[in-house]
Design a protein around this ligand. Structure first.
Ligand code: FAD
Length: 288
């Protein structure tokens, strides 16, 4: 089913997986996805790697198998830096042939060897997909604290509007740890006449090291409430991970109370994280 149609009916709940490295990424991903599917998410998204992490090509295979073997809607991510029109067309037609109806259209991070070929920005990819593969429902990324390369939030929101104008059907946010920043961003989007649904992405942090890396790679603010919990957890790896899941569940309950369009869990390929966040949303009444 097209994600835009689900969002038109109800608040959604979804998980993300990434194709694991190694020789059997599809089988490993399927075992994770099958466990997640037991919680009946509205969709499971599958990230895309333009190279380097060993999972190139796995995205469309895993998305197709999720769709058919678990009966859950799949959302295949696609990045366009370093890709030609022919590459994009082949990916999109492959999805359509295999019955996957949803794609998240992204630029991808800049990296050596990943130069602009036919698409410089996500809005160009979105326009191309809408023109050449109208069967697909197309999502796009947005950044409640602004994308790291953007001069400021207002400039970045203009580019989100360009994605809507190019035909994006819905947005998914980057992770953030301070809900107030999201609520302010949502107001700014209304002011900028962004009308498509905004699905909120939440990532339970797993350790002090990992959340610090996140802060540096995507510019996410780490609030004092998170720092205090990590200080209390000390060097205990298990306590740090538990603090991450607890904090994410609190974030999710607050977001649920504040009427979001959808909640998406960056579940880090961990079915236990998927279960804990799902339980929190059942307990607070977001999920029936
Ligand atoms: P763009 O929309 O092109 O924006 C990039 C920057 O350029 C921003 O600063 C923006 O303000 C600016 N900009 C946008 N359009 C224009 C324009 N027309 N002219 C001038 N400036 C412009 N990466 C992966 O490699 N694989 C994944 O699977 C993946 N999944 C993601 C899922 C989500 C929900 C999110 C939020 C991010 C994901 N990413 C993924 C990371 C993403 O690829 C990076 O954040 C990337 O740096 C930007 O992608 P974008 O699609 O937002 O790019």
């Amino acid at each position: 089913m097209r994600i835009a149609n689900i969002l038109a009916q109800r608040q959604t709940f979804s998980f993300e997986i990434f194709p694991p490295r190694g020789d059997l990424p599809v089988e490993q991903a399927m075992s994770i996805a099958t466990e997640m599917a037991e919680r009946q998410p509205d969709w499971i998204s599958v990230t895309f790697s333009a190279g380097g992490s060993g999972n190139t090509g796995a995205t469309s295979d895993i998305a197709a198998r999720i769709q058919h073997e678990t009966g859950t809607n799949a959302l295949a991510h696609l990045t366009c830096l370093g890709s030609s029109r022919a590459d994009v067309d082949s990916f999109a037609q492959g999805l359509i042939k295999s019955g996957v109806e949803n794609v998240l259209a992204l630029r991808g991070d800049r990296a050596p060897g990943r130069e602009v070929i036919d698409f410089a920005h996500a809005n160009e990819l979105i326009a191309h997909l809408k023109r050449t593969a109208p069967e697909l429902c197309v999502g796009a990324a947005c950044y409640p604290e602004g994308h790291v390369e953007a001069a400021n939030l207002a400039a970045d929101i203009e580019q989100i509007k360009a994605k809507q104008d190019a035909g994006a059907d819905f947005l998914v946010t980057q992770l953030f740890f301070d809900n107030e920043l999201f609520y302010r961003f949502r107001e700014e989007c209304v002011r900028a006449r962004i009308k498509i649904p905004i699905v909120v992405g939440v990532m339970p942090f797993t350790s002090t090291k990992q959340i610090t890396r996140m802060a540096f790679t995507c510019g996410a603010t780490i609030p004092a409430a998170v720092i205090k919990r990590l200080i209390a957890a000390g060097d205990d790896a298990g306590a740090q991970a538990r603090a991450g899941v607890e904090y994410a569940c609190e974030q999710l309950r607050d977001l649920a109370r504040n009427g979001v369009d959808g909640l998406h869990i960056y579940s880090m390929n961990k079915p236990a994280v998927a279960r804990a966040t799902h339980d929190a949303l059942v307990e607070c009444g977001y999920l029936g």
